[in-house]
Design a protein around this ligand. Structure first.
Ligand SMILES: CC(C)(COP(=O)(O)OP(=O)(O)OC[C@H]1O[C@@H](n2cnc3c(N)ncnc32)[C@H](O)[C@@H]1OP(=O)(O)O)[C@@H](O)C(=O)NCCC(=O)NCCS
Length: 191
């Protein structure tokens, strides 16, 4: 499948947040096969599986405007990973309309604040442009780098919502327990 021309979602100080293009396929394959990036996932993806997932992610962005968007470094025009807003698609755990924010970067781009920059801008986008009332994030409880992003963008822990991921097999008990963080739009008022 050809992914077409990019749809720009947002620009931040150092990043372009956009839909995917075919030139991103190598980077996406790389991150989905890297044991360090995938440390908290119970599987790795082959190149074919990675390409198929990219088609699916891009289809969601094209159809709904929401999805896991590509992050491009403005200075060099190279893709570095993804960050985005997506339906959580976990009916066993969350109501159908629940929106999650998620991220994944190639390791050489860790430690520079890129995901914090993208995710903070995307939370504002969710609340101000998409009228989303609340956004959740979840991660394996030991995934400190991911929960640190949640904390840096002002999300709050919701320990009463922590859960055992239904799609993590029992063969990976250390990857089952997930912690949940939430951000709520300032437009939501409580009576
Ligand atoms: C989770 C993940 C995206 C976080 O990456 P990260 O580089 O730690 O996060 P950021 O891009 O926000 O960068 C923050 C780091 O950059 C540093 N930094 C440098 N410049 C910065 C800036 N301008 N703003 C903020 N942080 C900055 C921070 O101090 C922090 O460093 P530290 O790790 O030493 O504390 C990355 O580890 C990853 O892809 N992991 C694998 C996939 C994964 O687990 N995804 C989540 C599944 S739920």
């Amino acid at each position: 499948m050809t992914l077409g021309t990019p749809r720009i979602i947002l620009e931040t100080e150092r990043l372009l947040i956009r839909s995917w293009v075919d030139a991103d396929r190598d980077l996406f394959r790389e991150i989905n096969a890297d044991p360090k990036v995938m440390e908290y996932f119970p599987f790795r993806r082959s190149h074919a599986e990675s390409d198929a997932l990219l088609d699916k992610l891009n289809g969601s962005i094209r159809e709904t405007g929401l999805g896991f968007y590509a992050l491009e470094l403005t200075e060099t025009a190279e893709p570095i990973g993804f960050c985005g807003l997506s339906l959580a698609n976990m009916p066993e755990i969350f109501p159908k309309e629940t929106v999650e924010i998620g991220w994944r970067l190639a390791t050489r781009f860790w430690g520079k604040g890129y995901v914090t920059e993208a995710a903070g801008a995307l939370l504002d986008f969710a609340f101000d442009e998409k009228s989303i009332q609340a956004v959740l994030a979840f991660a394996v409880e030991h995934n400190r780098r991911s929960t640190a992003v949640m904390q840096r963008i002002g999300m709050k822990p919701c320990p009463q919502m922590d859960f055992d991921h239904p799609r993590v097999p029992d063969t990976h008990p250390l990857l089952k327990r997930h912690v949940v963080y939430a951000a709520v739009s300032s437009r939501v008022t409580t009576a």
